[in-house]
Design a binder for this molecule. Structure first.
Ligand code: TYM
Length: 336
């Protein structure tokens, strides 16, 4: 990645280190990040500061952050092609967060559906960080003047807010930030729970049968798919009201690259049992290299540390220029 003459478009995305990535994280976001490295200047972050909005055990949190970083590399992020770092290692995010918070309205943050959902889920800890979370997310993106942000559908509202903040800041202080575009996959932008297929698949689901973790072993993956909630029709067809089957077709399509029509004809005359088994086996085989890479990477803590340390230094070099410019724009006194 050339940091001096930066002609390629810039990509930024992040994922919270709140446990093993789910199949939703993977299909909706992370697996698309690797291929983008060939065409863009990519910056990927394990966003530990975002994860702090929910109470965590510090020892477990530290371990999960390192594991998530290893998992990011295991999913094909090459630290020589991209900048891969841990968010809290680059102070620019917190700095820009404050400046952008002063260009964000209380009303717009109150409308964020994720805030509403999470405050319902953790009524005993509706902290200010949870409320201002989308401002930090805007800072992550705008600190690198990212052009594109590859995300799943559930992050679209936050991205919209980041765009509004960028536009507002530019109008008030003069051109400063690139207004980022979402990059949402056509297939698999919202992978649903295997147990309640009208809800998105989520790491925090209490029912572990609802969630495929990308480090689950083959038997576990197959077992979870076998138990997936479907309907009583027993026809593998994508149709309104068949949320469970639609989700399995989407997953199978995302992993195999086959179209819905191809999948319907492949399973024509076959029952749900055969279909679920095929989805389970295909997903497990697809994820096998990720599991192997992860085990290898996690065994080499020194290498991981070298990668995230260098990643943070490179990230800071880029974002610090943006911060200096933002400071000048808002009228802070220059001291260097
Ligand atoms: P997080 O950690 O919840 O999820 C990481 C990515 O996975 C996508 N995703 C899904 N996609 C499809 N189906 C699902 N069931 C599913 N569940 C999750 C998410 O859309 C996301 O792209 N706020 C972000 C992290 C973040 C960020 C950023 C992202 C912080 N700063 C800046 C982009 C740019 C989040 O909590 O993602």
């Amino acid at each position: 990645m050339s940091e001096a003459v930066n002609k390629k478009k810039v990509i930024f995305s992040g994922i919270q280190p709140t446990g093993t990535f789910t199949l939703g994280n993977y299909i909706g976001a992370v697996r698309n990040w690797g291929p983008l490295q060939e065409e863009y200047d990519c910056i990927y972050s394990i966003v530990d500061m975002h994860a702090l909005t929910v109470k965590r055990d510090p020892v477990k949190f530290r371990q999960q952050t390192i594991e998530s970083y290893a998992l990011l590399l295991a999913c094909g992020i090459d630290p020589n092609k991209s900048i891969a770092f841990i968010q809290s290692h680059n102070p620019s995010h917190a700095q820009l967060n404050w400046i952008l918070a002063c260009s964000t309205q209380f009303g717009e943050l109150s409308r964020m559906t994720q805030f509403k959902d999470k405050s319902k889920k953790h009524p005993d800890d509706v902290n200010a960080g949870l409320f201002t979370y989308p401002v930090l997310m805007a800072a992550d993106i705008l600190a690198y003047n990212a052009d594109l942000v590859p995300i799943g559908a559930d992050q679209k509202q936050h991205l919209e807010l980041a765009r509004n903040i960028a536009v507002r800041f530019n109008q008030r202080f003069g051109d400063m930030f690139t207004v980022p575009e979402p990059y949402i996959p056509k297939v698999g932008a919202k992978v649903m729970s295997l147990q309640e297929p009208t809800k998105k698949m989520s790491k925090s689901d209490e029912n572990q049968n609802a969630v495929i973790l990308i480090l689950d072993d083959k038997d576990t993956i197959i077992r979870k798919f076998k138990r997936a909630v479907t309907d009583s029709e027993a026809v593998v067809k994508y149709a309104d009201g068949k949320d469970g089957i639609n989700n399995l077709i989407t997953i199978y399509s995302a992993v195999t690259g086959k179209s819905v029509a191809e999948i319907e004809s492949e399973f024509d005359g076959k029952g749900y049992g055969d279909f679920k088994l095929a989805v389970g086996e295909t997903v497990a085989d697809h994820l096998a290299p990720v599991r192997d890479n992860f085990a290898r990477l996690l065994a080499d803590r020194n290498y991981l540390k070298e990668c995230y340390t260098e990643g943070a230094q490179r990230a800071f070099k880029l974002s610090n220029r943006v911060i200096s410019k933002a400071h000048r724009k808002v009228g802070f006194v220059d001291y260097r």
